[in-house]
Design a binder for this molecule. Structure first.
Ligand SMILES: *Cc1c(COP(=O)(O)O)cnc(C)c1O
Length: 388
């Protein structure tokens, strides 16, 4: 039998990666040597000390039961300690920090806690897709904030339509940014906080890439902006920082009433993170300092090879200061889709067409430096020989 999908599912924006997914599968099946720069998933293994902590924890039967409510206090305290050390901000582990089954889960769920049908959420375009789907599932409307090169891929808050703004209750921001690899400074974060206060908005700051930064740049937390705790929640993830995407662990921090709303939704949907994984997460956060430099160094080397290679063949990209992405403007005769197709068909390289992240991503493709140096060099060589 074929069952009719719900209206909320039908309202999702079209999935634009279908064609590239199909072409990728076909090329693989034909035995092509594909270089996959399409996925935002670290290729490096989780650090050995984290795996060791998990193996120990998993043998302790006290980790085998439900981890309800706020999860293990020790994980929340470790998160608070890390936040304090990293950003200089204090959070009360009882009420201002909440564990998440990966930050995507919290990001997708938060509109359910605060958005009523007819209310709106400000969402960057292009963006990480759960901002859109979470809003739609809650019955909310989306007000897009275009990100453009002209504005350094920061939303222009002053340009947001005032007739729509009265419906808005929430704004998503994401710096360092996926997919554009843009960064923001503290002034921008202060502007967002002030804007949110003026218009009674909840700020959802997605900080998944806060630790993948280069050239000495350090990404700020929104809580370094004065008054942020009145209006903001920030989503942190162990996924990219510790190569732990498959483990599903992250946390939210911020305004206690925002955290409480998210917690109310979650307590009706999930039953927490496996305690053994929370223990491994504590070990990860406690050992952040000795781990992070080696990760940054590897992505920095890859970025240099990719960016220099692309620039040398006239595909101009700015050297990103953060994330493992490179946001490449497609040559004039192409669209996002046709350039991604050409890369795949003529170079056996997978890249993500920018328009899949939103209308304003058209004209770009995203390349992820999640393969090793040798493969990145090979990718650059292939593009130079076969496309440029
Ligand atoms: C990878 C990613 C996340 C989070 O991932 P989790 O594994 O769910 O913690 C969040 N936001 C952005 C923009 C990402 O790219």
């Amino acid at each position: 039998m074929q069952f009719e999908k719900s209206d909320r599912l039908k309202k999702l924006p079209p999935y634009l990666f279908v064609e590239i997914d199909k072409a990728k599968k076909k090329a693989r099946d034909e035995g092509c040597d594909i270089i996959d720069l399409g996925i935002g998933d670290p290729d490096m293994p989780t650090p050995a000390f984290v795996i060791k902590a998990l193996s120990k924890a998993v043998k302790d039967p006290s980790t085998h039961r439900y981890s309800l409510d706020q999860g293990m206090p020790e994980f929340r305290y470790a998160a608070a300690k890390w936040l304090k050390k990293r950003f200089g901000v204090d959070f009360n582990p009882e009420g201002e920090i909440y564990p998440l089954i990966g930050s995507k889960e919290g990001i997708a769920h938060i509109p359910l806690a605060f958005i009523n049908p007819g209310e709106a959420v400000l969402v960057p375009d292009p963006c990480y897709p759960p901002y859109r789907s979470g809003t739609i599932f809650a019955g909310g409307e989306i007000i897009y904030m275009p990100l453009s090169e002209k504005n350094k891929f920061l939303p222009d808050l002053k340009a947001i339509n005032h007739h729509l703004l009265h419906k808005a209750r929430m704004i998503f921001i994401n710096y360092p940014n996926n997919p554009t690899a843009a960064i923001c400074d503290k002034k921008f974060l202060r502007d967002v906080v002030n804007f949110a206060k003026r218009h009674n908005l909840i700020v959802c700051s997605d900080a998944a890439y806060s630790e993948i930064t280069f050239d000495g740049y350090t990404a700020p937390s929104i809580f370094e902006a004065e008054g942020a705790k009145d209006v903001a929640i920030e989503f942190h993830s162990l996924s990219k920082t510790f190569n732990m995407t498959g483990w599903r662990i992250g946390f939210a921090c911020g305004n206690a009433s925002i955290i409480e709303g998210l917690a109310n939704i979650k307590s009706n949907i999930d039953s927490g993170i496996f305690s053994a994984i929370q223990r491994a997460g504590i070990t990860a956060l406690d050992n952040y300092d000795k781990h992070i430099k080696s990760v940054i160094k590897i992505y920095e080397e890859r970025r240099d090879i990719l960016v220099q290679g692309l620039n040398a063949m006239g595909l101009y990209v700015e050297n990103p200061k953060a994330t493992f992405y490179v946001w490449v403007k497609v040559p004039p005769r192409y669209t996002s889709a046709t350039f991604a197709k050409a890369l795949l068909e003529r170079c056996d390289i997978v890249a993500t067409p920018g328009n899949g992240f939103g209308e304003h991503g058209e004209g770009y493709i995203r390349m992820a430096a999640t393969v090793d140096k040798k493969r990145i060099k090979e990718a650059v060589d292939r593009i130079k020989k076969r496309l440029a």
